[in-house]
Design a protein around this ligand. Structure first.
Ligand code: PMP
Length: 427
């Protein structure tokens, strides 16, 4: 088969490519595969890395370092030793940390709802009293962030993400003019799904955005703060940047151990200025008597300090890196020569973002599903689940085995070749 770029092939050669790949697709389909690359779940081997943590709170040993009985109520914003541990991981002061429950998404959702119902520090009124509330959403991005906005009727404004973060000039122009834009989402390190590492320059510019809304808030979700596949990245902290820009209240930081220890049974954290943390604590007080301190104790005992977390994450990387490499290898071997797709090569996080020829993503995902390979729904990486160019697909290599990933990616590559050839023949 010709290894040329599809868009340089004659009609006859393109038709030959289509026939060849359709045949391959049907052969793969006949294998009745059942493979799942939809969500960024840790694999069982990764979860096994933290099993010993479960033994670290015993019937004889359930007191915190300060003598608090972790079995009982209290400690609204976390045990002092967990604040110490997570302040080091998040790069903030201990008093700038609130420890939450099992999921950082809950903290993000609740912070947004509190802003909506009550307003934030510096708001003249609750956001719900505004005629309209809008949020900047870097795209492609994380579907759950978009769901929170959609759930509250917050209008989402997509801004494309490039190599070093979202296009800041576009955001500056938007927020300068429109006081209805109350904030933005960002995942500064290894963004979901592109794996983008925001540059310090972009972080500084975002901290200093000329926002017309005086109560503009950046929801900075540092979900992948310690999830390096190779070397650690030394990135400017968003709270530090906001302090330097003279707007310490502008940012809420979030993180969790969902992909460090157990997904759905980890510890979450929210960080920000003293004023912002006071605001959040005031609202938390009405929501809960306190979080799960036994789980906090387990985490503190398991890791001891930030170094303990970094050493543990190296063990995750040893499992994850070969999976990312396999996806990239199949894409390179099967697609690179044909110029029918582009993809990111992340240095950390959980995802690879793939762009097909315009108008092909939905059909690729459908064809792959029909051959037994489930992918994240096309469109999910955009607000309102609408990818205007129908070209982005999120690949999540963490859960399946290496052999399964190779097979799944071979199916994906064949589907991309079939759909691209069909599209080009149509044109
Ligand atoms: N933020 C991002 C960017 C994520 O990718 C994920 C998991 N897919 C989460 C948050 C979920 O975090 P948690 O389990 O702490 O709610």
């Amino acid at each position: 088969m010709s290894m040329s770029k599809f868009n340089q092939l004659s009609k006859e050669d393109l038709q030959a490519q289509l026939d060849h790949n359709r045949k391959k697709y049907h052969e793969l389909r006949a294998l009745h595969l059942s493979l799942d690359m939809t969500r960024g779940k840790p694999s069982p081997e990764q979860l096994d890395l933290s099993l010993d943590m479960l033994n670290l709170v015993s019937p004889k040993d359930f007191h915190s370092q300060g003598g608090t009985d972790a079995r009982n109520y209290g400690g609204l914003d976390g045990l002092p030793e967990s604040k110490k541990l997570f302040s080091a991981v998040m790069g903030v002061q201990e008093e700038e940390v609130i420890i939450g429950g099992n999921a950082s998404l809950t903290l993000m959702h609740d912070a947004m709802v509190n802003a909506f119902i009550h307003g934030v520090v510096g708001s003249k009124k609750a956001w719900r009293q505004e005629r309209k509330v809008k949020f900047i959403c870097p795209v492609p991005g994380y579907d759950r962030h978009f769901n929170i906005c959609q759930h509250l009727g917050i209008e989402m404004i997509p801004v494309p993400i490039s190599e070093d973060g979202p296009k800041v000039e576009m955001i500056e122009d938007l927020v300068r003019k429109d006081s209805a834009i109350k904030g933005m989402w960002m995942v500064p390190l290894y963004s979901n799904p592109t794996g983008t590492i925001y540059s310090d320059e972009v972080i500084r510019k975002l901290a200093a955005l000329p926002a017309k809304a005086e109560d503009f808030r950046i929801f900075c979700d540092n979900a992948y703060a310690v999830h390096h596949l190779t070397d650690a990245v030394n990135q400017l902290n968003m709270l530090t940047a906001c302090k330097e820009a003279g707007v310490p209240d502008r940012v809420f930081l979030f993180g969790s151990t969902s992909k460090v220890t157990f997904a759905g049974a980890g510890v979450s954290v929210m960080c920000g200025s003293a004023a912002n943390m006071g605001w959040m604590r005031k609202h938390l007080f009405n929501q809960t008597i306190g979080p799960d301190k036994l789980n906090q104790l387990r985490h503190v005992r398991f890791f001891q300090d930030a170094e303990g977390i970094h050493a543990h994450m190296k063990r995750h990387a040893a499992i994850l890196k070969p999976k990312f490499d396999t996806v990239l290898q199949v894409l390179e071997e099967e697609l690179a020569a044909h110029s029918i797709a582009e993809w990111t090569k992340p240095e950390g996080g959980y995802f690879i973002s793939l762009d097909t020829v315009e108008g092909c993503a939905k059909r690729v995902v459908t064809l792959a599903a029909e051959a037994g390979v489930k992918l994240t729904a096309a469109g999910a990486t955009f607000p309102y689940r609408k990818d205007p160019k129908d070209q982005n697909i999120r690949l999540a290599p963490s859960l399946p085995s290496l052999a399964d990933i190779k097979q799944a990616m071979e199916v994906v590559a064949v589907c991309i070749k079939v759909v691209s050839a069909e599209k080009l023949l149509e044109a």
